[in-house]
Ligand binder design. Structure first.
Ligand code: ATP
Ligand code: MG
Length: 189
């Protein structure tokens, strides 16, 4: 059983690479961003709450996000393993994920970090905004998201390093190259 956290800044390619990995390794994919966007689309109360934070480039509060994650996880598992994409994004979320998996008799096998230079992130997200239809893919909100990433999410790099789970991979080049680098790590886990 392999539970993997795919980690990186907004626009680092977590979603794209997750799609390739779930297919190859037969894992479940939990993208918290996708879960929240589905709630927004369905017009639920949760969706309305989430939209305010997302459109503002902010994170959904930890308590709420942790409950959502546990619900989605229990809807999909027990299973072969999961790719967590976009979760955790804060240290309390990482601690909650660890505890949640422990309670279910499993754990994270590895955290795969996609490293992409800042200028490239901005360029990718602005480009994505032209076709994604995402209200948060505009220059102002992207700037906020990158700052939130630096202050609230990047500290997880050290957190996972201390857990002995961090594996950094070059997150630019061709999709195939990046995928091969991720697979090389996963095959060793
Ligand atoms: P990527 O481009 O690498 O897929 P992203 O930052 O563009 O990453 P999502 O992961 O889809 O996009 O997340 C979109 C938004 O949803 C975030 O900016 C945040 O507001 C909210 N969100 C998603 N996951 C979490 C989380 N774990 N905790 C809090 N908020 C979250
Ligand atoms: Mg995504």
């Amino acid at each position: 059983m392999k539970n993997i956290v795919i980690f990186g800044a907004p626009g680092s390619g977590k979603g794209t690479q997750s799609a390739l990995l779930v297919e190859k390794y037969r894992l479940k994919h939990i993208s918290t961003g996708d879960v929240l966007r589905a709630e927004i689309k369905a017009g639920t109360e949760l969706g309305r709450t989430a939209k305010e934070y997302i459109d503002n480039g902010q994170l959904i509060p930890d308590g709420l996000m942790i409950d959502i994650l546990a619900g989605v996880y229990d809807g999909l598992c027990p299973c072969e393993g999961v790719i967590f994409d976009g979760f955790p994004r804060t240290i309390p979320q990482a601690e909650a994920l660890k505890r949640m998996l422990e309670e279910r008799g499993t754990s994270i096998s590895g955290m795969l970090e996609l490293d992409v230079p800042d200028e490239m992130l901005m360029e990718r997200l602005i480009n994505r905004g032209k076709t994604s239809g995402r209200a948060d893919d505009n220059e102002e909100t992207i700037g906020k998201r990158l700052n939130v990433y630096k202050s609230q999410t990047a500290p997880l790099i050290d957190w996972y390093e201390k857990e002995g789970l961090r594996h950094a991979v070059k997150g630019y080049g061709s999709l195939e190259e990046i995928n091969a680098a991720l697979c090389a790590v996963i095959d060793r886990l």
